[in-house]
Design a protein around this ligand. Structure first.
Ligand code: TRP
Length: 438
């Protein structure tokens, strides 16, 4: 039987999951956990919450609410490993090892950080890093630690997180390159339902930061009120309407079967009134969600039960993370001192056992290898210099601006991330020299 695929995803505990989170992450994750070939790891990312939220009450409550939602949606915590990030101290420990392997330039390109810089620039601020914490800046590293700590293969995420998974792969590859093959390179698992990001009340992408969300388990009256607020156009009842530009239809279709969607599409053609469509959508969603909402209300009233579930998950998770973290620490050279002594005595013992003839042979071999290596290095250096000169020439022809230089550096970094071990070293030298042109 092939080894199980490890599926892992987390939700930042700063609010209430909305319909978009449900379709993009929760629902597919729960479905994945029900398949035999998968081994699932789902968690509350409460350390991530601190990046954008300094309100302890919100962080605490949101962790409880999100845990209750997973349970209400029917996550089976015996088959899946369900835990709270902060219960696994090995995760922030790993985050530090990874931080030391992550180029700062890569973090400069992370979306969340870039969005802050762009906003500061737009506002004409002198300090483009205004309001940016190191937590925000290095957020993709903590996320990488979440993933690599369990050597997960598949990461169900919304489209906005794809870049972070790519960064995670890059960081994992760097670590493997330096310290041996410890990490699996993960893949983002983006679901079809999320191919188009769900729209919010105002027609923009549904997002906490736009304040346009419909909470997944909103009470029926709130659900109805929010659906009432979804923006429509001014077409009158009886006038044919375009479903494909309508948030009501989009939301309906995201939950409906192909047949149900087809039927509603027909009613748009027949000119369904907006008020009627809003009622249809409310009833449809309410039918879909009220079972989970009832479960949720029951579970949230019993925080002791939620806590016990999380403790069970943490114990299960740490059976894996504690030994793995020991191995990773040892890989970078952090281990009990007597282990180190054993390693070095073993090596010198092996050396002593060589006869003088063998020793002479070994020395000659070493000298030859050294000469070859030297010559090779000289050749490589020549290649590096040629490449740097070529880029410098092109760059100057382009006008020699810092922006175009940054572009060349970016291309090089991409090449580096795809290059084999040896080529990568050379390319890194090229990159350093090109960066120094600035
Ligand atoms: N950053 C993710 C989000 O905001 C949450 C998250 C944290 C995550 N760690 C993760 C998702 C690891 C997948 C895997 O949506």
């Amino acid at each position: 039987m092939p080894a199980k695929q490890r599926v892992l995803t987390g939700i930042t505990t700063t609010g209430t999951p909305h319909l978009g989170n449900y379709l993009g992450a929760l629902k597919p994750a729960i479905e994945a956990s029900q398949q035999d070939q998968n081994d699932s790891f789902y968690f509350m990312a409460d350390y991530h919450a601190l990046i954008k939220c300094q309100d302890p009450q919100t962080v605490h409550r949101s962790c409880r609410d999100i845990a209750a939602i997973w349970l209400a949606l029917g996550l089976d915590t015996d088959s899946a490993t369900f835990y709270r990030q902060s219960d696994i101290p090995e995760i922030p420990q790993l985050a530090w090892l990874l931080t030391c392997m992550t180029p700062k330039g890569m973090m400069n390109r992370a979306h969340a950080y870039k969005a802050s810089v762009d906003e500061n620039t737009r506002q004409g601020k002198v300090d483009i890093d205004d309001g940016v914490s190191m937590g925000l800046f290095s957020y993709p590293i903590l996320m990488s630690a979440d993933i690599l700590m369990f050597n997960a293969h598949q990461i169900p995420v919304g489209k906005d997180q794809i870049q972070h998974i790519e960064m995670c792969r890059d960081i994992a590859a760097r670590f493997n390159h330096a310290f041996g093959e410890h990490f699996v390179l993960p893949e983002a698992m983006v679901f079809e339902g999320d191919a188009k990001v769900l729209s919010g009340l105002d027609g923009r992408k549904m997002s906490k930061s736009y304040g346009n969300i419909i909470p997944l388990l909103a009470p029926a009256d709130e659900l109805q009120r929010l659906i009432g607020q979804i923006k429509t156009n001014s077409l009158m009842p009886g006038e044919p309407k375009d479903p494909d530009t309508c948030t009501l239809f989009e939301t309906y279709a995201a939950f409906a079967t192909a047949q149900q969607t087809k039927a509603i599409r027909q009613r748009y053609a027949e000119g369904i009134a907006w008020g009627d469509m809003k009622r249809e959508l409310f009833e449809f969603l309410n039918d879909h969600l009220h079972g989970a909402r009832d479960n949720y209300n029951r579970i949230i009233a019993d925080p002791g039960f939620i806590e016990a579930e999380l403790q069970k998950g943490a114990a299960k998770a740490r059976e894996y993370t504690v030994p793995f973290m020991d191995r990773l620490r040892a890989a970078v050279g952090i281990m009990p001192l007597n282990d180190n002594v054993q390693v070095s005595t073993a090596v010198s013992k092996a050396k002593k056992q060589l006869s003088s003839e063998e020793q002479a042979k070994a020395d000659a071999g070493k000298a030859k290898a050294l000469a070859i290596a030297k010559e090779r290095e000289a050749q490589e250096q020549a290649l590096v210099s040629q490449r740097v000169a070529a880029i410098q020439g092109q760059w100057q022809a382009d006008g020699g601006t810092p922006e175009s230089l940054a572009e060349y550096c970016l291309q090089l970094e991409q090449e580096i991330s795809q290059a084999k071990k040896k080529a990568r070293k050379q390319l890194q030298q090229v990159l350093q020299a090109v960066q120094a042109l600035a």
